[in-house]
Unconditional design. Structure first.
Ligand code: ADP
Ligand code: MG
Length: 253
């Protein structure tokens, strides 16, 4: 198991006015696995992703990656761990407007001692896989939302992290750009053996992954594996579970 979380809990607020958001979650992610987290609005998806990715700290419980419980690390070491081992994709792309596509993608490499030649090689390979090499000198404002999100995906993969965490990566995209992005993520997941953990409320997006975990009120409600099923059959199963969970109307903007 690459990542193993045991009995993780997360509370917000003070003692007198406490909200329990994660109520004792056990979760494991295998090396190379692509997993989605679904569930109604407010069920704790983003909180779960944030604690599993070390952006936020758990209130209790352990999260092991590569045999080490990172919840015990001090802030500085945790930040280093995050920069070295993890990659992130957010709904709003989070690109820096004053940097070109290439400069944005190379950001995660700037903290390590790497020759320009090696960084260029990494860039060519990652940007090539995502089909955005030709955009390298453009600024974020000059390219489409889909291209911006592929740029942020390239930035997430460039340092070859163990796990990519993505919170609603297709949330701001039209359906064509969304499926292009998901196809690329799946290809890179398969080729590079990078695990992906993605929050989504979109059953189509979830059907690209191998397993879907459903949250309800801070607990894992159920989980589905694609197995040998077609993507379409898996999509239908995800839809059925979502319907039972009452998540269909939820989050439709
Ligand atoms: N920083 C915070 N402080 C207080 N409450 C929070 C905070 N972050 C999230 N919550 C609460 O936790 C619950 C789950 O939020 P979230 O994880 O964002 O859900 P989801 O991503 O499934 O919509 C919500 O009720 C939300 O209001
Ligand atoms: Mg959320």
């Amino acid at each position: 198991m690459l990542l193993e979380a045991k009995d993780i809990r997360k509370n917000f607020g003070s003692k007198l006015n406490r909200t329990e958001v994660l109520k004792g979650i056990d979760f494991g992610l295998e090396k190379g696995e692509f997993v989605s987290i679904m569930g109604p609005s407010g069920s704790g998806k983003t909180t779960m992703l944030n604690v599993l990715s070390s952006i936020d700290r758990v209130s209790s419980g352990s999260i092991m990656i590569g045999g080490e419980d990172f919840t015990k690390l001090k802030d500085k070491r945790l930040a280093d761990f995050r920069k070295n081992e993890l990659g992130f994709i957010f709904q709003e792309y989070n690109l820096l407007d004053t940097l070109t596509v290439k400069e944005n993608i190379l950001l995660p490499l700037s903290i390590r001692k790497m020759s320009k030649k090696e960084a260029d090689r990494q860039f060519e390979s990652t940007a090539g896989q995502l089909g955005i090499e030709d955009l390298k000198d453009k600024y974020p404002a000059q390219i489409s939302g889909g291209q911006q999100q592929r740029t942020s995906a390239a930035r997430a993969f460039i340092h070859q992290p163990k796990i990519i965490f993505a919170d609603e990566p297709t949330g701001a995209l039209d359906s064509k750009s969304a499926s292009e992005l998901l196809l690329k993520l799946k290809e890179m997941n398969e080729e590079m053996d990078t695990s992906i953990l993605m929050v989504t409320h979109d059953a189509t997006a979830a059907s690209y992954s191998e397993r879907v975990v459903f949250l309800k009120d801070g607990n894992i409600y159920s989980s589905l594996s694609r197995g040998e099923k077609s993507q379409e059959a898996f999509y239908k199963e995800v839809m059925d579970t979502q319907r039972v969970l009452g998540g269909v109307l939820d989050e439709s903007k």
